[in-house]
Design a binder for this molecule. Structure first.
Ligand code: FAD
Length: 603
């Protein structure tokens, strides 16, 4: 057993770890002098909070949760739903930027170069990620979405045995406490009602009803609930993770409440960065994770802390593969460029990076109209091969696209509509006195795959993130089709009386084009030029430490154990075997719930 006295939110490493000295520098077996815990969870984000809470339900094990960012409870803007963009570019955001990684050969030597994204007019794309307890669930848009049931059955086909929809549904329900709301008569028996994570509907702006009517007009049918075994195709009001007071219900507020934080067997550490995982070697030569090295600053002293049972990485899609690599687990050739001693040569670490790309905010001004108090309220999920929908220019042939969906009832396009003006992730102010809606088409099943590589051997330097957006022609075509459909929604009778839609196919301003372009006359070239200039991340990167059976193309097995290493798991959005077709916070929570069950049942 490790420390048994547990205080909420410790930030001083001397309270839970042991100073790193020359003798602990290359320690092999777990040093009896180290402070130690049964489970060390690295990253107190969406998944990490779930695991810390569930594993510490067993009073016979000790759990240490280490979060690099601050505590969440005194961050006002994290609680207010509409204030999400106030969390961007500040101390609670990792503020990643994408880069384009390419290799050239000079005199037979392989040289790696980086530059901004090639296919996006040389822009870097901003990736916000939560850096506080609750992680991205403390800064995100709070859209609660199971994605398509077929997505999980496709995971099983890719080798993630045991992760099919019927199983995942149990964990979605275990996590959720749905509170019915007068604005929407959803069937509560299809939802979890006794879990810790509170979900509900929110009051909707009147424009949201017009958006639903507009969907009807273009042939997208309304469905009551996006989160059932019936699937997610259609248009509906989103459920949000908000509590009774309409404040954010993050995994930190939900899973680490006062009662949980008082557990003597749980230590929650904030503002401490895990620098690397430490390994020893078992008698058969197989590496075993025995603890982690932590510090509060790049130049400050380092400390070590031991794991009697397991180290569990929950640092997210960017930081988990980075932590693996700086610790010596990853493609040997890449690690050797930074003189990192190889613990396990795992070529798939950092590969298979998938992100939802969005066309960028297309703001369409209201002529008159209210502002409202919550972010994205309506979910619209469609298939690009739906012949009832009008994706193409009048009289033109359909652009060819690849079907990457998990099944015939799974979407590949989302149309996102915000009932207010949000430009450039909310970081750019719209012109004074303007109000409007903001719309964007989202590519849910990209063909383009990216990767994460190291920039240095230090965890304190951001890694290189190459999202490789729009590198595949199918993705370009899909975005053109999706944007045309979105423009048709804006021009329906239901919306055109509210919106100031121009009769132009050409740009009419920096902020409002192409939301006011005519879908039948605007050219493909104009649409794609807009996206290359304004497109951005929809903030759901997944699959860079992917789950599967084969170590050649996945990093963890279906129990989420890192291939070829004992006592090390990864549990977060990075282990998805494939991109899900929607918003993935609820999926991360369900994955973490199931991982906790797997670990607890082995106890
Ligand atoms: C702006 C934004 C809006 C989004 N909107 C939605 C939405 O509305 N609905 C939805 O379903 N999904 C949404 N998402 C996506 C969703 O929030 C994420 O996919 C999900 O929260 C990821 O969970 P995770 O556990 O993998 O990572 P995170 O929640 O990001 O957790 C990782 C944690 O690890 C910590 N960490 C990293 N490195 C270290 C280290 N070295 N040492 C210690 N700690 C470390 C981080 O600080 C963080 O707390 C959004 C994401 C963003 C960023």
């Amino acid at each position: 057993m490790g420390n048994s006295s547990s205080k909420p939110f410790v930030s001083d490493p001397t309270k839970f770890a042991t100073p790193k000295t020359a003798s602990t520098l290359h320690a092999g077996d777990l040093d009896p002098n180290w402070n130690s815990y049964d489970y060390i969870i690295v990253g107190g984000g969406t998944a990490g909070c779930v695991l810390a809470s569930r594993l510490s339900e067993n009073p016979d094990v000790t759990v240490l949760l280490i979060e690099a960012g601050a505590r969440n409870d005194d961050v006002l803007f994290s609680r207010i739903p509409l204030a999400f963009s106030r969390m961007f570019r500040g101390p609670y955001d990792w503020q990643y930027e994408t880069t384009w990684i390419y290799i050239e050969f000079f005199r037979s030597r392989e040289l790696t170069f980086c530059s901004p994204q090639k296919s996006l007019q040389g822009r870097s794309i901003y990736w916000p990620r939560g850096k506080l307890l609750g992680g991205s669930s403390s800064i995100n848009l709070m859209i609660y979405h199971h994605c398509a049931p077929e997505d999980f059955d496709a995971w099983v086909r890719q080798g993630a045995h045991g992760w099919g929809y019927e199983t995942m549904r149990k964990y979605f329900n275990k996590a959720e406490r749905y509170i019915p709301h007068s604005s929407h008569d959803l069937d509560p028996s299809l939802h979890g009602t006794s879990g810790p994570w509170i979900t509900s509907h929110v009051p909707c702006a009147p424009i949201s009803d017009r958006i639903l009517e507009a969907c009807d007009e273009v042939g997208i049918s309304q469905i009551k609930d996006l989160n059932t075994s019936e699937g997610t195709l259609g248009a509906s009001r989103f459920v949000a993770f908000v509590d009774e007071k309409h404040e954010r219900s993050s995994t930190a507020t939900a899973y680490l409440d006062e009662k949980v934080l008082k557990r003597p067997n749980l230590m929650v550490v904030v503002s401490v960065v895990t620098e690397k995982v430490l390994f020893s070697s078992d008698a058969d030569g197989m590496p075993r994770a025995i603890g982690v090295q932590v510090s509060t600053s790049k130049s400050g002293p380092s400390f070590v802390v031991g794991a009697n049972k397991e180290v569990i990485l929950c640092a997210g899609t960017v930081a988990s593969p980075q932590l693996l690599m700086v610790s010596g687990v990853g493609p040997a050739g890449h690690l050797s460029k930074f003189d990192i001693p190889i613990v396990c040569d795992l070529p798939a670490v950092g590969k298979n990076l998938l992100d939802h790309f969005t066309s960028g905010s297309m703001a369409i001004p209201f002529e008159t109209g209210p502002m409202c108090s919550l972010a994205c309220q309506i979910g619209i999920f469609v298939r690009s091969d739906d012949h009832q929908l009008h994706f193409n220019q009048e009289g033109s042939a359909a652009l060819p696209t690849s079907d990457m969906t998990s099944g015939t009832r799974a979407p590949d396009v989302e149309l996102a509509v915000f009932p207010f003006t949000v430009i450039n992730s909310g970081l750019t102010q719209p012109p004074r006195g303007t109000s409007g809606i903001t719309a964007g088409a989202i590519l849910l099943k990209p063909c383009s795959k990216g990767k994460i590589e190291l920039k240095s051997s230090s965890i304190w330097d951001h890694p290189l993130i190459d999202a490789n957006y729009l590198s595949h022609q199918s993705d370009v075509n899909m975005m053109i089709k999706a944007t045309r459909l979105l423009l048709r929604v804006a021009r329906t009778k239901s919306l055109s009386t509210w919106l100031d839609v121009k009769n132009s196919a050409e740009p009419t301003g920096d902020f409002f084009w192409p939301g006011d372009a005519d879908p039948d006359t605007v050219s493909d070239d104009n649409l794609i030029a807009w996206m290359r200039q304004h497109g951005q991340s929809a903030w759901h990167p997944t699959s860079s430490a992917k789950m599967g059976c084969s170590p050649s193309d996945s990093v963890v097995d279906p129990q989420l154990r890192v291939h070829g290493i004992r006592a090390l798991r990864v549990v977060d959005a990075s282990v998805f075997p494939d991109q899900v077709s929607g918003h993935c916070c609820a999926v991360v929570v369900a994955v973490a719930e199931r991982a906790a069950d797997l670990i607890n049942s082995a106890e």
